[in-house]
Design a protein around this ligand. Sequence first.
Ligand code: ZN
Length: 249
Amino acid sequence: MKSFLSFFLLVFCMSILAAGEKRGAVAFTFDDYHGPRWLKADAIFKKYNAHATFFIVGGLNREKLDTMKKLQAAGHSIGLHSLRHKDACTPKTGKLYENYFEKEVKLQYDICKKENIRTVSFAYPNNRRNEESDKEMFRHFDYLRAGLGKPGKMLFYPLNSLKKKMVLGGKGIGKYYKTDAEEIKCLLDKAAESNSLIVFFSHDIRPGAPGISMPTELLEEFLAHAVKRNMNIIGFNEIEKLINTGKKK
Ligand SMILES: [Zn+2]
């Protein structure tokens, strides 16, 4: 009798735990370099216990490195985005540019290593990629951020299908991408319901941001919605943690 009772108690506790368990994940990513305003936006991410990924373009001077370190210390992920924002492959032939990593990325990569900035991910400049470029970049990175490709259909990555060496396609957020806040919230709902990861990309973060950047008020709205849906709000460095969570199920 006693063992029956403890069994039911265990099932009861497990169901309570399951109810509080996180469902699905969203990765907000920001490209190029908007260090001071990204740092300013950290307060918003903190408010929602959320992390993002910042994909850095260009040379890395002391000031930039210190900003990257501050973002990393706040729990965000730092990824690379090339030195000169050059496409990885030619638009015409689709061929990988010769020595792309060595010429366009290696300097950033080596400096980050020396400075203890963990870079497990790379965002393709202009989201231009192909299988050949993926093969080359997977030699140095675990996750490659791209766009949604031609059909433009949102991509959902079930948490139990996540692995190392993945290309993750994301949807752009900003006025230029004609972002509809309700549509984004529906996508968050769908990711939570299907226990999947979804990815978004933008650039700067500031109030009323025009063009390809994230208006602060929209970011806050999306973070609040993801929290309401009990989603993981993660940087690319935390995908590994999600893989392990998925395995347990
Ligand atoms: Zn870019």
